[in-house]
Design a protein around this ligand. Sequence first.
Ligand code: ZN
Length: 230
Amino acid sequence: MALLTMRHVPDPILRQQTRRITQIPANMKQYTDDMVETMHAEHGVGLAANQVGGLQKVAVIQLPEWDEPLILINPEIIRREGEREVEEGCLSIPGYRGMVKRSERVRVRALDLNGKMVRIKADGLLAQALEHETDHLNGVLYIDHLVSRESFWKITYEADPPEPTDDEATAEEAQESQQPQESQEPGESQEPGESQEPGESQEPGESQEPGESQEPGESQEPGETREESE
Ligand code: ZN
């Protein structure tokens, strides 16, 4: 397996219509394996071929709780129901999120790797991912569905404390706290700009004695976090 090179805006391939696959080539399994590996490395839940330089109608989706990815060849949305506003990000637009209009429920038709027709009824995050990925294959990006011009923002780490769902931020934080640390001196600052008094509790309900070293194992593993970007 190999990591594929991500394409980011304003790469014109992201605005290109991809081609329907008439005959599934023998190397398609290898290609979608590489797409899945790339999606995982980028902490995404979905990836479309033109995001990694391909011009065939193929996308992969794997929601956080799934054991296996969903491989979609020639996916088509055949029905949309309802409307909702949801937050979204995209691996090809790193560092930004936005509020978009999406359907509540969708029905999708696609081929699997064996060329067999599959039909998917979805709501929630899967419906959102299916709309996001089929959009990609038609040259459409989530920023085309923004609720308003103002509903698009840069992710900032410094000003705002990371939310538990903001996985990119928590991954960064986890990495920081994974660094081997010497025992902490009283009054030594814990993080830049944030001094810690001796005996002041480190986390709610967990007091830290002066000089006690911080357990690196307490922090969250970087591999556990996953960004909900497609
Ligand atoms: Zn995307």
